[in-house]
Design a binder for this molecule. Structure first.
Ligand code: PLP
Length: 341
């Protein structure tokens, strides 16, 4: 039964699964020396239209933590939005792997870090007693289901770079953002000033795995050792990389992301007709955040629906995935209607 708790409740999309099975032939060199890993990295370079450096990690926490650690010394800090996953949901991983770099949360409308907020945090202190800001991190799509436009990213990156900071992007739902905006992946990343992207595979339909994409190769110096030490170097790497080939080869990744976004839109449109429901954020990607009367929340749970209410800014969160069926969205809406009546 499909639920709306998270897009990672969904299984593996057929393209990724087929590629995974196709890679299960004979013996192949281990630790990323195989042809699937090389081809997947090449496909990502083609997708981003640049000669980026690519690494595959098991999950987003590791990808973010190691990418941030690569950008920071222990006395540095990372400016993030106050709802950022790196701060609220990674169990101190970024601080741990960077040996203590501090996260500095900033406020911002609709889950977005703004150039003004970044400038304010940077200007707050410049003395030796405070950790030196070194990275600005953006989540794309954001934790509240909104997306940064290329110009918004560029504006943050401009402030960051002007002050000697690097720009990291947590792209756990990067595919949903690209599908929502209909722009080239390069326009949301290096062309807008992003230095490192953690490109989420899991939530877009892979069995497991994220790609860490360095647009400036020098920043990836020794990154392979960092991954190995952190237990993120898969020995049978081909099974981590091959699914990427499956989703990248015929644009499946974008089709699936667009579908998930459309299901969220369908849910949001249905909710608009319910006076008891109030949308908390613009629905731009695959998540819907809505304030519901407590009795309705309890009623939904009583009817077996699973969703989160603890995320970020409160309210109930409904996430749609690559495989979310319109009938399930409509069934959820029907139950909402009945409970709100
Ligand atoms: C899911 C998610 C991640 C990755 O989480 P893992 O469980 O470590 O794979 C990172 N950032 C955001 C915004 C996420 O939603």
């Amino acid at each position: 039964m499909q639920h709306f708790a998270s897009d990672n409740y969904a299984g593996i999309c057929p393209e990724a699964l087929a590629a995974l099975v196709a890679a299960n032939v004979g013996h192949a060199p281990a630790y990323g020396e195989d042809e699937w890993t090389r081809r997947a990295a090449d496909r990502l370079r083609a997708l981003f239209e640049t000669d980026c450096d690519v690494y595959f990690a098991f999950n987003g926490t590791a990808a973010n933590s190691l990418a941030l650690a690569a950008l920071c010394q222990s006395y540095h800090s990372v400016v993030c939005h106050e709802l950022a996953h790196v701060d609220t949901d990674e169990c101190g991983g970024p601080e741990f792997f960077s040996n203590g770099s501090k996260l500095l949360p900033a406020k911002g409308e609709n889950g977005k870090l703004t150039p003004e907020a970044l400038r304010e945090v940077i200007a707050r202190r410049s003395d030796i007693h405070y950790p030196k800001p070194r990275v600005a991190t953006l989540t794309q799509a954001t934790e509240v289901g909104t997306v940064y436009r290329p110009a918004e990213i560029a504006a943050v990156a401009e402030v960051a770079h002007a002050h000697g900071l690097r720009v990291h992007m947590d792209g756990a739902r990067f595919a949903n953002a690209v599908a929502a905006l209909g722009v080239a992946p390069a326009d949301l990343t290096w062309r807008a000033g992003v230095d490192v992207l953690c490109f989420g595979g899991t939530k877009m339909g892979l069995p497991v795995g994220e790609a860490v994409v360095f647009f400036e190769r020098a920043l990836a110096e020794d990154f392979a050792w960092r991954c190995k030490q952190a237990g993120q170097l898969a020995s049978k790497m081909r099974f981590l990389s091959a699914p990427w080939l499956g989703v990248l080869e015929d644009g499946a990744w974008l089709r699936h992301a667009a579908h998930a976004n459309a299901m969220a839109r369908r849910l949001a449109d249905g909710l608009a007709a319910l006076p008891a429901a109030r949308l908390l954020f613009p629905v731009e990607a695959n998540g819907v955040f809505v304030e519901l009367p407590p009795a309705v929340v309890d009623g939904l749970r009583g009817r077996g629906w699973r969703f989160y209410t603890f995320i970020g800014a409160g309210g109930a969160r409904f996430m749609c995935a690559w495989d979310t069926q319109p009938e399930r969205v409509d069934a959820l809406l029907a139950d909402l209607q009945a409970l709100a009546a």
